[in-house]
Design a protein around this ligand. Structure first.
Ligand SMILES: Cc1cc2nc3c(=O)[nH]c(=O)nc-3n(C[C@H](O)[C@H](O)[C@H](O)COP(=O)(O)OP(=O)(O)OC[C@H]3O[C@@H](n4cnc5c(N)ncnc54)[C@H](O)[C@@H]3O)c2cc1C
Ligand code: SF4
Length: 325
């Protein structure tokens, strides 16, 4: 780890003033510390934004939607009564990530902006495409945890559980920079390697995430989230699914089905969403939707098992959102 200057920012403006090509923002520091130790980042200045006041609140309800400060921790999201009761996919995504200790440190903004876990990317020994090299080592190498969709350029899987839930809930991010604020839908914020292989989102180098917005819930809609890991204790998922289901009478009027750990971005299973509309949500329709979700998958040599896994996780998550298991 290199030596660096430590700056404590107490306002967004102060943090913006300290940013530059050799600075790195630190919120909870969970991913940042890993990256410093791995040699992925060697900033001259670490800008600590953890103490900025006002960015650590959860406000709103089902009628107004949620306004979540980026410094809210995963632990707070997990237990917040409104989030848990009505925006269940978000509470469960937060509550199943990592370990209790990490969830106490990790912030929502940092979770959304953590860098991918691909072991070639995280290793000093592999100068892969994402780090400016010429090869994606995962294509012909060890790829059992890699993407099964949109994996032709770089096969990372999107790492953020909150990202998966936020896309399903139709959420947005407010980004603040020297030219003011802009709001970007989460679905557009996360970008594919074909857009720029060295990054995973459209945050500008001089911007800070200052708010996470979740729209109001349509009456009678329900959401659910399931994470499947290789082991029961802490780990990133090998498959995760967030769904939101809206109904008109007994039939589904709109569904949002998003897969995490499946593609370089939270992957919207549009074909599966269409299958459900106009049908009651039962085991048969959930099964058909789950099959449709995997259409077009392009598994690599070591991760074909994920297609079967995802079918099961999608079906179970849909049934949970529908009120059954
Ligand atoms: C053992 C282990 C298991 C884990 N399992 C999971 C899991 O199952 N699911 C999951 O989703 N995550 C998992 N994680 C990842 C963990 O949740 C993230 O590392 C953590 O949420 C990052 O949050 P942070 O506040 O510590 O971010 P930091 O490490 O402080 O920052 C992360 C990145 O975000 C940037 N950043 C932070 N806040 C802002 C902001 N407001 N504006 C602009 N940029 C910002 C930083 O510059 C940095 O690039 C796991 C981690 C560990 C160690
Ligand atoms: S999947 Fe992406 S990060 Fe991993 S080796 Fe390939 S290019 Fe690098």
């Amino acid at each position: 780890m290199n030596a660096f200057e430590w700056v404590n920012a107490t306002t967004v403006d102060e943090a913006l003033g300290q940013m530059g090509s050799t600075s790195l923002l630190k919120a909870g520091g969970v991913d940042v510390l890993d990256r410093l130790k791995e040699g992925l980042d060697a900033p001259k200045r670490l800008v600590n934004i953890r103490n900025i006041k006002g960015l650590d609140r959860i406000e709103g309800d089902t009628a107004t939607g949620l306004r979540i400060g980026p410094l809210v921790t995963l632990a707070q999201l997990d237990v917040h009564p409104v989030v848990r009761q009505s925006f269940t996919a978000l509470a469960d995504a937060a509550g199943h990530a990592a370990t209790p200790q990490i969830r106490n440190m990790a912030t929502a903004g940092g979770n959304l902006l953590q860098r991918p876990r691909c072991w070639y990317f995280r290793s000093r020994d592999f100068h892969c495409l994402k780090k400016g090299g010429e090869t994606c080592f995962a294509q012909k190498g060890e790829n059992q945890y890699h993407a099964i969709f949109r994996n032709d350029v770089c096969a990372i899987v999107h790492p953020s559980a909150l990202g998966t839930a936020l896309v399903a809930l139709g959420g947005s991010l407010e980004l603040t920079g020297p030219r003011g604020k802009r709001v970007v839908r989460a679905e557009e914020f996360f970008t594919l390697p074909a857009v720029a292989v060295d990054r995973e989102n459209s945050l500008g180098a001089d911007e800070i995430v200052t708010l996470i917005v979740v729209p109001p819930l349509v009456s009678g809609s329900r959401s659910a989230y399931t994470k499947l890991g290789e082991k029961e204790s802490f780990d990133w998922p090998i498959a995760e699914v967030a769904v939101v289901v809206e109904r008109s009478g007994v039939n589904v009027s709109r569904a949002s089905i998003v897969l995490g750990a499946a593609a370089p971005v939270p992957y919207r299973a549009v074909a599966a969403e269409k299958v459900l509309v106009g049908k009651p949500l039962d085991d048969a329709s959930a099964r058909t939707a789950a099959k449709a979700a995997l259409e077009g998958a392009t598994p690599l040599s070591g991760n074909g098992y994920k297609t079967t896994l995802f079918e099961t996780v999608i079906r179970r998550t849909l049934l949970e959102a529908g009120g059954a298991k």
